[in-house]
Design a protein around this ligand. Structure first.
Ligand SMILES: Cc1cc2nc3c(=O)[nH]c(=O)nc-3n(C[C@H](O)[C@H](O)[C@H](O)COP(=O)(O)OP(=O)(O)OC[C@H]3O[C@@H](n4cnc5c(N)ncnc54)[C@H](O)[C@@H]3O)c2cc1C
Length: 379
């Protein structure tokens, strides 16, 4: 496992200032930050960002992107997440679908999807998990059956974030029955399903905080034409595994709590005893260290490598850290409640307490990530 030390160049740091200026101009003064990748779904914000060339930045110019490096994208994403900006509309499309299309898509798919993603007009969901397939993703039961000109897809996906708002989902499904494929990781494929197609039914799964951004997606004989198969039929497992390096290692895995941390400093920064000082210092130091690991993975992706194990470790330490921050700051605040109504810190704390358990689940659970790392270490 390699986490090569890396620093940002002056030019990369300059981009940070530009993004900060843009955010200061576009976000209202009373803006309530979202929790990292839990930021709101706001098509207008996404389009404004796209006009600056900051959506799908690493998409090559010939496909409508900015052709920027992974690290330049890292800088922009870091600023967006640090501000809790409303990034949900383009988030999956730009973080995950665009790199997958570049790596596995046909030329026709790249020419159709990538410019639309970069323009902030084409939004994607991930259709991996099912009622009986989460950590053990190879047990997906959604089936695609060959028909003339394409496939008919039937099955149920769950936890599909923003499927009620997005245009497409990349659905992992079985195109060859397990018994025939021999190996349970064989016979899986990725299909790009139009979420507005006949036979798609999307229903919300309400979360404990009352939000309804994850869904059950029932696919009832949905037709997917051949030109919407992503990559090679039967090679879905290898493709999904490669994709997860992009999903797991980014600043979204340690910055969900930055807004809370800042709000704590604003509310309690004047009244710092030893316990609070220790908490503030420890959180800052840990966040910085995890950031260095994440940056190392970004540089490695930039060099065309597939650091799947390193990415799994960044997600493990990042999301575990995020959960600890919530506990630490809750304790450090000492239960003080502002009599004049909830402060920003109190509101964000409540939101974090309700959401924190999901951080170590989505994108692969902590136990599963540690399993991946352990296997790599003992190989
Ligand atoms: C907010 C949120 C958004 C999500 N968005 C999406 C989305 O957009 N698209 C999508 O496809 N999925 C999405 N997911 C699903 C997420 O990827 C799964 O919840 C996750 O992979 C775990 O699967 P599961 O819930 O079925 O739990 P299970 O796999 O049933 O796991 C239950 C428990 O058993 C443990 N466990 C399982 N296997 C092992 C093992 N081999 N060794 C040790 N422990 C193990 C797990 O760590 C966990 O603690 C989302 C989830 C959440 C919470």
């Amino acid at each position: 496992m390699i986490f090569a030390p890396s620093a940002l160049s002056p030019e990369e740091e300059g981009l940070r200032e530009e993004v900060r200026g843009f955010l200061a101009g576009i976000l209202p003064a009373d803006f309530r930050p979202g929790l990292g990748l839990g930021g709101r779904h706001d098509p207008e914000f996404t389009r404004a960002l796209a006009e600056r060339g900051w959506v799908g930045m690493s998409i090559p110019v010939e496909y409508g992107g900015a052709g920027a490096s992974t690290v330049r994208r890292f800088v922009v994403v870091e600023e967006l997440l640090a501000a809790g900006a409303p990034i949900a509309a383009h988030w999956i499309a730009e973080r995950q679908t665009a790199p997958a299309l570049l790596r596995f898509g046909t030329e026709e798919q790249r020419r159709w999807f990538l410019p639309r993603i970069a323009a902030g007009e084409c939004w994607f969901s991930l259709g991996m998990s099912e009622p009986d397939a989460g950590s053990d993703l190879a047990s997906v039961r959604t089936t695609a059956t060959r028909v003339e000109g394409g496939w008919r897809v039937t099955g149920t996906k769950v936890w599909t974030t923003n499927a009620h708002l997005n245009h497409f989902a990349v659905v992992l499904c079985r195109t060859t029955p397990e018994a025939e494929a021999g190996d349970r990781h064989a016979g899986l494929s990725q299909l790009i399903v139009d979420l507005g197609a006949d036979g798609v039914r999307v229903s919300p799964i309400p979360l404990i905080d009352g939000e309804e951004h994850v869904n059950e997606v029932v696919l009832d004989g949905v037709f997917v034409p051949d030109e919407r198969v992503l990559g090679e039929v039967g090679k879905g497992w290898a493709q999904v595994t490669a994709e997860l390096a992009h999903e797991r290692s980014g600043p979204d895995r340690y910055l969900s709590v930055l807004g809370l941390y800042r709000a704590f400093l604003e509310t309690h920064g004047e009244d710092v005893d030893d316990t609070r000082a220790a908490a503030i210092g420890r959180i800052g130091a840990q966040m910085w260290t995890i950031r260095q690991l994440s940056l190392a993975v970004a540089r490695s992706l930039e060099q065309g490598e597939a650091p799947a194990v390193e990415a799994a470790l960044v997600k493990d330490v990042g999301t575990t850290f995020e959960q600890q921050v919530v506990e630490t700051l809750r304790d450090a605040a000492g239960g003080e409640i502002d009599p004049e109504g909830p402060t920003m810190f109190e509101r964000l704390l409540a939101e974090c307490v309700l959401n924190a358990p999901t951080w170590t689940l989505r994108g692969g659970t902590t136990e599963v990530l540690r399993g991946i790392a352990a296997k790599a270490l003992t190989r």
